[in-house]
Ligand binder design. Structure first.
Ligand SMILES: [Zn+2]
Length: 545
């Protein structure tokens, strides 16, 4: 889908852009040739899956900064296109142990089967003897008038908590967004809150309904090296199975189900379980220097150029299995062609167009590192932003783009949290597109891509059109609806597998369309009179930036 000049002139007029301030003869236009070239390169086996802390990742950064320079992006204030991100890797070693004690009796727990744990403290040796306290959902949410901690001192305790957030009731069907997941439901939030509480550790009670995944997911995660931003996480964090929780609660004379029911009310107070944990954690810790890549297109308006729109797309994927036999390495590369060579490539093409067509506000193109390791690069960015967050209008993220063909609609899930939704609707209409119908976010998708770090820093943000993850029938293709949808659905078995590879026969017209929409939306934001605002009642809107 390509915009005609007339349609765009009309659209810019409607957006309140002064025609004489934009004297270009041509509008920014995404084309397929450079997009395909960048995509096929970034997804090549030579890039070895762009792994965090691996050579392939370093090559990807080198490529992106080279292309940023070729495109003519302005360098960052300190020079160059790199922003350092200090990452800590932590892996629990054999010989580590944990058991529990209640009323003088020892309760064994088998690592991997009953419990998984590790440290985020950056310390190679952690020794703990600490009481367990059940803290319900472990949530402090002033805007929901909810505080599971009630101001009680949690220093030195191990917090046992439920995943997800307080469930809707007949009286309050909309509390914590009803059936949808809020950030308070995510393990990431719970670990962070435990750090703020000064706790010795966190153990999350696993259930399939509350987490939306089987025990094998945390079990797998903790059997590998885990990454986080360097600088003081929990001495111990992990998960226990529901059976283990039941055993521990009973050992202390408590009933898991009763306490869980109590935790659904605002009156809930933390409960000492009468059980303590004795743990020894021996960990291999390593410090890894990674880099976000970013470049700037200065705005053309003397005042508005102080404000910026950010476009982001993570460059990393899962890398290569460095222990694979040398003659078999190629079969152990997680190329991440869709996730997210596609977004990284699209951003390069968008940046090159933006350089030729400055908008009134400044535009920043950002390729975060280490997204697959827990959105670490974008978290590093919002902790040390290159542009003041208060003057950052929006973040539009691209992660895993459409490789199937042109659509009649575009996915904007998460946009409805802010005025970006209305703007997206206007931009889509100009392109002859509809917005894909929104579906309740039951699995917390909004919290699983880089835009989320901007949201929780108070910047309106969402991921544009992740057709791949909403491919269950919410997209209408221009051609061959059934076959096209089937391709999207089939990708689910390639997601985060070595089979996420680039195929030259891919129809990239849908990717071009998606990139064009994102760029048009960015321009609409960059040229508008006012910055986007959060929807009334949206928790992210209360964040001071
Ligand atoms: Zn991914």
């Amino acid at each position: 889908m390509r915009l005609t000049r007339i349609a765009l002139a009309a659209s810019l007029a409607l957006m309140g852009v002064h025609a004489q301030a934009q004297p270009q003869s041509q509008q920014p236009t995404i084309t397929e040739t450079p997009l395909r070239a960048h995509l096929s390169f970034l997804a090549d086996d030579l890039l070895e899956g762009r792994g965090t802390g691996q050579r392939g990742g370093d090559l990807a950064v080198r490529y992106l900064e080279t292309q940023a320079a070729v495109a003519g992006l302005k360098q960052l204030p300190g020079g160059g296109y790199r922003q350092s991100v200090k990452i800590e890797g932590s892996k629990l070693l054999a010989g580590s142990s944990v058991h529990f004690t209640a009323n003088g009796k020892t309760i064994a727990a088998e690592t991997g089967k009953d419990i998984v744990f590790g440290t985020a403290s950056g310390k190679t040796e952690v020794k703990l003897d600490a009481p367990l306290v059940f803290v319900g959902y472990g949530v402090r949410a002033p805007e929901e008038r909810w505080d599971d901690y009630k101001g009680i001192d949690m220093k030195g305790k191990i917090l046992v908590m439920m995943v997800n957030d307080p469930q809707p009731t007949a009286e309050e069907p909309n509390r914590f967004d009803g059936a949808a997941y809020t950030y308070y439901g995510r393990w990431l939030y719970k670990y962070e809150e435990a750090v703020r509480q000064g706790a010795a550790g966190v153990l999350l009670i696993h259930t399939v309904p509350s987490s939306s995944y089987p025990w094998s997911v945390p079990a797998n995660g903790f059997s590998h090296e885990r990454f986080h931003l360097a600088g003081g996480g929990n001495p111990m964090e992990g998960w226990i199975t529901e059976d283990m929780a039941r055993t521990l609660f009973a050992a202390g004379g408590q009933d898991l189900d009763q306490l869980r029911a109590r935790a659904e009310t605002r009156e809930f107070r933390p409960v000492e379980l009468g059980v303590s944990a004795q743990a020894e954690l021996h960990s291999a810790i390593r410090q890894i220097d990674q880099y976000n890549v970013a470049g700037i297109v200065p705005g053309s308006d003397p005042q508005l150029k102080e404000q910026a729109v950010i476009y982001s797309a993570h460059w990393d994927h899962l890398g290569i299995d460095e222990d694979a036999p040398a003659n078999d390495k190629a079969r152990h590369i997680w190329n991440g062609a869709i996730d997210n060579a596609s977004g990284a490539a699209a951003l390069l093409v968008m940046a090159a167009e933006a350089v030729k067509h400055p908008a009134r506000r400044t535009q920043i193109f950002l390729w975060p590192a280490a997204e697959e390791q827990g959105l670490i690069g974008s978290q590093g960015y919002t902790q040390h932003p290159i542009w003041p967050l208060a003057k950052t209008a929006a973040d539009l993220n691209l992660d895993s783009m459409n490789f199937v063909g042109v659509t009649k609609d575009i996915g904007v899930a998460g946009a409805e949290r802010s005025s970006l939704y209305a703007t997206a609707g206007q931009v889509a209409a100009k392109m002859g597109l509809k917005l894909a119908p929104s579906i309740p976010d039951l699995s917390g998708a909004y919290f699983r891509a880089d835009h989320f770090n901007f949201a929780r820093a108070g910047v309106p943000a969402f991921n544009v059109g992740s057709a791949v993850f909403s491919g269950d029938g919410h997209f209408e293709f221009e051609h061959d609806q059934d076959a096209s949808l089937a391709k999207l659905v089939a990708f689910k078995k390639d997601y985060h597998q070595v089979t996420d590879k680039y195929h030259p026969e891919w129809d990239l017209s849908g990717m071009v369309q998606q990139a064009q929409f994102t760029l048009n939306l960015g321009y609409a934001v960059a040229n508008a009179r006012d910055m986007p605002t959060w929807r009334k009642g949206e928790a992210f809107g209360l964040i001071k930036r």
